[in-house]
Design a protein around this ligand. Structure first.
Ligand code: NAP
Length: 271
């Protein structure tokens, strides 16, 4: 008889390599059953055999190309119909293949379809489903370039800024629902992401590249500590607090009846 995990099941997209495959390993080690989602059937099957044997958990695989809406709906349906799923790792994504000004526009469309359209649908679906069950957690893979768009391909950075905004907004919606959400913001992490677009991490400053195992272990430590945003390389957490403090200070000035004086508009008379 197959035993099911007392922790429940984690569904991980992009589980066939890199960051997602490390999440699969670490969550299996914690005792979660798994649903592994990606396109590469061979890799999914190999991961299923290895993880179920090594950690005595149940592993299911779901082949899906998340650029295709019909496959996104298949994953959504799995989230909806499987009440054992308590953790959704929304991780599948592709990186940029060169500078934006010489980029192939169709490639950028596919990147947005995967990194934004699919990721958004599945994150919001998971949030709605988990709220109805009054339990669950979502981990969204963003990136540090969400905070530094000027240093990297703008469409890719934009997709990751989307994930950051979505997470911060959902975190507010999910307050007091029993459902948690975290965005992880990795810096350069050694995976296949650059190899897949004909590039490599080998020429980068090695002091800036984290091993995927270290990155996921740090991200899970942040998750355990209840963080909404986790930047694995950030030692001085006060810097992130300062960013939030600056944003909070801007708050009262962001939507007002009158344009600012420097734009030549009439000001209301101060009382
Ligand atoms: N590595 C970094 O430096 C870094 C930094 C910040 C954020 N990230 C983010 O981390 C996430 C994981 O990337 P990674 O670095 O681990 O890269 P990776 O090793 O290339 O892994 C990408 C994963 O996404 C899956 N995937 C790609 N296209 C897909 C599609 N159309 N449908 C379904 N699954 C698809 C791949 O599986 P299949 O090919 O089997 O489908 C693979 O499992 C991405 O969201 C990426 O943007 C990475």
């Amino acid at each position: 008889m197959e035993m099911s995990s007392t922790l429940g099941t984690a569904l991980i997209t992009g589980a066939s390599s890199g960051i997602g495959s490390v999440y699969a390993d670490r969550l299996a080690r914690r005792g979660y059953d798994l649903v592994l989602v990606a396109r590469d059937r061979e890799r999914l099957t190999a991961a299923k055999s290895r993880l179920s044997a090594q950690y005595c958990i149940s592993v299911d695989t779901l082949e899906a190309d998340l650029v295709e809406r019909s496959d996104v709906l298949k994953v959504e349906e799995r989230l909806r119909s499987d009440p054992a799923i308590v953790l959704f790792v929304n991780n599948a994504g592709v990186g940029p293949n060169g500078p934006l000004l010489s980029n192939d526009l169709d490639y950028l469309d596919r990147m947005v379809a995967l990194n934004v359209v699919a990721a958004n649908r599945l994150a919001v679906a998971a949030a709605q489903i988990f709220v109805a069950r009054k339990a669950g957690a979502i981990i969204n893979t963003a990136s540090v370039v969400a905070l530094a768009p000027e240093i990297f391909n703008g469409t890719y950075s934009g997709t990751k800024a989307f994930m950051l905004s979505l997470t911060e907004s959902l975190a507010a919606d999910l307050k007091d629902t029993g459902v948690r959400i975290q965005a992880i913001l990795p810096g350069l992490t050694r995976t296949e992401i650059f190899d897949r677009v004909g590039s490599s991490m080998d020429n980068l400053n090695p002091d800036m590249v984290m091993e995927a195992t270290d990155m996921v272990d740090a991200a899970l430590a942040g998750f355990d500590q209840g963080e909404v945003l986790t930047i694995p390389s950030l030692s001085d957490a006060g810097l992130l607090d300062s960013l939030h403090a600056a944003r909070t200070a801007l708050g009262p000035h962001l939507s007002l009846k009158n344009p600012a004086a420097r734009y030549g508009a009439p000001q209301s008379i101060a009382s």
